[in-house]
Design a protein around this ligand. Sequence first.
Ligand code: FDA
Length: 525
Amino acid sequence: MARTPRILHLLLALCILSTKSTSSSATSATDAFLGCLSTDIPPRLLHTPATPSYSALLLSSVRNLRYILPGTTRPLAVVAATEPAHVQTTVRCGRRHSIRIRTRSGGHDYEGLSYASLDRNERFAVLDLAELRTIRVDAARAEAWAESGATLGELYYTVGAANHTLAFPAGSCPTVCLGGQLSGGGFGSLARKYGLSADNVLDAVVVDADGRLLNRSTMGEDLFWAIRGGGGESFGVVLSWRLRLVRVPETVTVFSIRRSRNQSAIDLITKWQEIAPVLPWDLYLRVLVQNQHADFVALYLGGCSRLLYLMRDHFPDLGMKQQDCQEISWVQSTVFFAFFTTSKPLELLLDRSGKPNYYLKVKSDHVQEPIPRLVWESTWAWLEKPEAALLMLDPYGGRMGSISPSATPFPHRKGNLYQLQYYSFWFENGTAALEKRMSWVRGLYKEMEPYVSKNPRAVYVNYRDLDLGTNELKGNVTSYAKAKVWGVKYFKGNFERLAAVKSMVDPDDFFRNEQSIPPLPAAKG
Ligand code: FDA
């Protein structure tokens, strides 16, 4: 009788002692880390929970309220870098004092990986790159150097101002930053003509795990391959990118045609699946499905009369008319894709101020065979349940299908008709809403399983989804076997090469998060 409580007391005492010693050693490591930072980084750029500016800066680019709920592990500091040397110092000090870094450019990660940790015990600092956002366009060479903290909107605006016939292929959301976008691929309305953003990167400047500054010739082709699509955070901090700008005509044409569910939308979507991926490369036609309607939204690299001819030839059932056309510049088309209108000023592309006002969970698929009409009917029925849900269908084909699946880590090339995103977003606080919305999107994803890519059920890494699996440690590095579960879904056969690059450039696994690339175990190398 008397022995059990005594053992319990002993265990409790040990636990308290070890917690005390861990927490006091944690405090001294934190102090040492902050002291190390302060040797090179001015105090106004170092924000800790004790600084009044900490919360505002931490929240400044958060895009998903799910990762700032009470109880979320917060960083012990936010470093607002304004020079490459600040990044080098943060990496060196983090490594020296065992404080992890979460690099944040635009904060749009669907799972908040750039500013939040699932591990309640993780001690980490956010390295915020929002102030590193210089863009220099060399129109004569059709190239640009752009820093990672620049938004897509800033890049589009600057390129458009330099030359009306130059553009850069990337996503539609203007506040997404280059750091995350290019690290994972970068898909947008020019992808069928010119591929992903990552397919158009010519050089980059990276801070590696030793705090060294490397460019393409000093980092070597393996690391240069890995940072163009292997996902953010795993290999180092990319400071800037040299981009190949692409040619567009002075006038492009856009349209958005709405068809309701009880009109013809289900028939049209069923047909769209076979038509959109084989349209001429100059024509991108996506579908957004919400509530009771589907919007068919297009960018054509040419004028209205030719587009009318193409649409009548390839997709007469959509019933496109001359009055649907809006002939504008390419840069104005980026406003159209962001704000669904051509009448807003270009300067809106420069607005970084969007505040987070919704909770978000996104899941996604690749579709390789057209989904039957009957399935679309039942899929659409899912959209009746929550008020805020959206399906996005983005066509592949064109240049996307002609690039080798191993040219960059992004493997989803030939054989894919389109990507399908299931968006669940909501505004209500509380666990009941959270559970309801999460189970809605997971339920829909489960239902779609028979109709989408298999072995693996493939996903684009920039549409980050922690349901696919999260990392576990083996010893002091991330387990390759565990990571492979999610890794092959994002990268298919490229996953092993990514792990081999990780072993070369960061064998101690300093740059890590819930879905970072693990080092390749020696036995596999
Ligand atoms: P964030 O700063 O959150 O970074 C994302 C990841 O990259 C994190 O793991 C981070 O640590 C790491 N990282 C960031 N900067 C880094 C750097 N300099 N060096 C190394 N690692 C770095 N995608 C797409 O292809 N096409 C699209 O049209 C859209 N549209 C879209 C709309 C909205 C509203 C959202 C929320 C997201 C998208 N996306 C998208 C997905 C987007 O491309 C993806 O989330 C990017 O990783 C976001 O990049 P940020 O720099 O903004 O995010």
